[in-house]
Design a protein around this ligand. Structure first.
Ligand code: GDP
Length: 439
């Protein structure tokens, strides 16, 4: 995700290397490169320009602290601006009504039906409320069937009624929810391949009939600016309350995530990255900015990890990162947990400094086995203190693990880079691993 943007930004920051302070002249080419990188990530030129103007203003106005270099300062400023551009704070879901009605809208193929299922799962697992799914895409029997299959998988009931117009189905579903005590009604509406008046009218009618508390517009993140334009058309007509970006596991350049909030003034509430029900995440602008800057998303990683194992372990890990004591024993422990969690590439990309390295890796289980074999061939002392791993130790480790010495070298180098990143993030105070939001 966003790999090309991350790389381009990194090379933009590199131009400031060796500079003692920020001046109008030496910052100009960095800003230009940042602007180009954003435009190439499918961000509208005007937004990219305003972005770099703001960064420039802050950079020139900032007092460069002794402790940070101009490069580090720029990283921090860009991170703050990216966070602001994507909405600043995470936006929550409003579920006050009884029952709460959520209308899911968007083009056909954007991932509405898949998302509806994931949202139902999320609402039950994380918010501990009982959901009812509603199949209101009456034009495609396959879509109704698809929702039923998903409902079965996650054990959430699906309301559907043959032969009724979508508006009536929605109305009846809300009555059903009231009668049976379902707390959240999720209505999967019909989409078309492109904006279409009949579709808009139908969704507008459903909106008028059931007065939804949330209208979530689902957009395929891979479609970049198109997603932003479609969002605008939907919003003009429906005034939706939030955006969901799907297919974030694909090779998306980032344009939609970066500019939808700015353009529509409605927050991205969820991102979805995969086809399994548990691959839905709340969208945190700050964490996403960190990931874009190749600093990983250690907070999300820790949270995911927390879901898997006890709080004690996660706390210990957070503390170690805080104190710059994260070592290979911790890494090994993490790897074992991550392997259990599935979706390896995504999870690993959350580790600071890892995103880039992953790009060319064929991440099958074998790749992990290699790393694990290398770590397993180290002594506990070496794992606790990787600095002592000299040439002869490296040869021994390579032999013991049956891997090339180059592989051992590369892994140790990557691990060191990762530790440097963590150190830098601690220094900048840009992560607060002890403060784990839970909701
Ligand atoms: P709808 O027409 O808007 O209801 O879209 P669907 O939910 O049927 O999704 C269209 C296609 O995208 C299906 O093949 C889904 O499996 C796939 N899809 C949906 N969400 C994601 C996602 O987050 N990641 C990936 N890789 N595929 C997704």
């Amino acid at each position: 995700m966003f790999e090309s943007l991350s790389e381009r930004l990194e090379s933009a920051f590199k131009q400031l290397k060796g500079q003692g302070r920020i001046t109008e002249i030496n910052v100009a080419s960095t800003l230009k490169e940042i602007r180009r990188a954003l435009v190439d990530a499918d961000v509208h030129y005007k937004i990219a320009k305003e972005f770099t103007d703001r960064v420039k203003e802050k950079a020139l106005g900032a007092k460069v602290l002794q402790a940070v270099s101009p490069g580090q300062l720029m990283v921090k400023l860009v991170q703050d601006e990216l966070t602001a551009l994507m909405g600043g704070q995470a936006a929550s879901l409003s579920l006050e009504q009884k029952p709460s009605v959520i209308l899911v809208v968007g083009l056909q193929g954007s991932g509405k039906t898949t998302f509806s299922g994931k949202l139902a799962y999320f609402i039950r697992q994380k918010l501990h409320k009982s959901p009812l799914l509603v199949a209101a895409d009456i034009y495609r029997p396959a879509a109704i069937e698809q929702l039923k299959v998903i409902g079965q998988q996650i054990q959430v009931p699906v309301f559907s009624e043959e032969g009724l117009p979508a508006v009536e189905i929605a109305r009846k579903a809300v009555t059903e929810a009231k009668n049976h005590g379902y707390q959240v009604v999720i209505i999967d509406t019909a989409g078309r391949l492109a904006i279409d008046e009949a579709m808009m009218q139908e969704v507008a009618d459903i909106k008028a009939a059931v007065n939804p508390e949330e209208i979530l517009f689902v957009a395929d993140a891979m479609t970049g600016q198109d997603a932003v334009n479609t969002a605008k058309a939907f919003h003009d007509r429906l005034a939706f309350t939030g955006v969901v970006l799907t297919k974030m596991d694909g090779d998306t350049r980032g344009g939609a995530a970066l500019s939808i909030k700015y353009t529509i003034q409605k927050p991205i509430k969820f991102v979805s990255a995969g086809e399994k029900p548990d691959t839905l995440d709340i969208f945190y602008p700050d964490r996403m900015a960190q990931r874009i800057l190749g600093m990983g998303d250690i907070v999300s990683l820790v949270e995911k990890a927390q879901e898997q194992y006890d709080a004690e372990m996660a706390k210990r890990l957070e503390k170690k990162i805080r104190k710059n004591q994260f070592d290979l024993n911790d890494f090994k422990e993490q790897l074992a947990q991550i392997r259990k969690m599935g979706n390896l590439k995504d999870l690993l990309a959350m580790i600071p400094g890892m995103g880039k390295q992953l790009k060319n890796l064929d991440l099958n289980d074998d790749a992990f086995k290699g790393i694990e074999a290398i770590i397993n061939s180290m002594t506990p002392e070496e794992r606790a203190n990787p600095d002592i791993i000299d040439g002869s130790r490296r040869r021994r480790i390579a032999q013991g693990s049956g891997r090339d010495i180059q592989e051992v070298n590369q892994f140790l180098k990557q691990f060191e880079q990762m530790r440097q990143m963590m150190k830098m993030m601690n220094k900048m105070g840009s992560i607060n691993p002890l403060h784990i939001r839970k909701n």
